[in-house]
Design a binder for this molecule. Sequence first.
Ligand SMILES: *Cc1c(COP(=O)(O)O)cnc(C)c1O
Length: 406
Amino acid sequence: MNAALDEDQDQAAGTAMRVWAEIDLAALRANVAALRARTGGAAVMAVVKADGYGHGALACARAARAAGASWLGTATPQEALALRAAGVDGRMLCWLWTPGGPWRAAIEADVDVSVSGMWALREVTAAARAAGRPARIQLKADTGLGRNGCQPADWPELVAAARAAEVAGLAKVTGIWSHFACADEPGHPSIATQLALFHEALGAAEAAGLEPEVRHIANSPATLTLPETHFDLVRTGLAVYGVSPVPQVGAPADFGLRPVMTLQATLAQVKRVPGGHGVSYGHLYTTPGETTLALVPAGYADGIPRHASNAGPVLVAGKWRTVAGRVAMDQFVVDLGGDNALVGDRAVLFGPGDHGEPTVEDWARACGTIAYEIVTRIGSRVPRVYVDSADADAGGSGRQVGTGGI
Ligand SMILES: *Cc1c(COP(=O)(O)O)cnc(C)c1O
């Protein structure tokens, strides 16, 4: 028998891997389609920053495009340029700039860039002059988030200068946009305040002579719960990956979304131990009696939060177990109680929940964080295995192992 080939086949079947994140691209496409249906006239931007919220930016960008996401969004220009270098075309916006950023490369790659203040406008127009072509810029208003964006008091100066840059042939203002602080808390008074300020910012831009193609403020929670915020474009991140940004309002299925990532591992050890046995660093867990311990070979270096110690839920041998003791860098333990499992059996940390496994939201609750952080922190040491449940339905394997990065 050809051992190398055999291992390849095991890998392809997902059976021999230590830990892996299965990424269902059919689910991602269906989520984009569901978001498009929900937004009616507004276009959908799939936000693929932070390596596609940990799902793999390139594969997710391509799948989102295939499902009709006419815009892609990234935080950094480097993320956008990496997608361009990999052959992803179409409209793309990146918004997190620092002085000396790659403005000219972004202009030459046809990436729309966000401008939050005069310093950025000066840098991007200088780059446009050097490149010999206008930059496509989107002006960001701070309507109350207090993070990036231009304050209302400074907005008239920025829109006037942007209009002057248009007249000089150095820029085209393609968008006016803003970002919510509390869209995930339906009814929060800041939502109406921000919306009113956004309307004012749009009015001032129009009065200055700007005619943006797209006006946008909605993130995933606003897209799902506040239709009056959709304008021309919605910027959806978490919802594209099938995770609920408003767990208190509804689970993914309540919004027609399906989780894209399933995180699994192969048990590396199963053994009987006596009662009173300490487990993992610091002995935060002691076996209450003679029991069976299973070793899950995934740890905080793989993105499993150390806060999941004695708390994180895992499906092993048909039941939910709880992480026993500390999550270490590379591994953690679960106590199977009176049950048994075999080394090589599968542990499912989270997935869509169809087979009784925990969800990303369950992990977020157990770790005192939000679902965004759980998926985004999954590390580069974890292979992303791309599957396509549509292919699977058609009888194909549709399985491809990715590196996790672009
Ligand atoms: C990350 C981000 C989004 C997407 O947010 P979700 O809640 O994941 O949809 C939208 N806009 C900006 C500015 C962002 O930074």
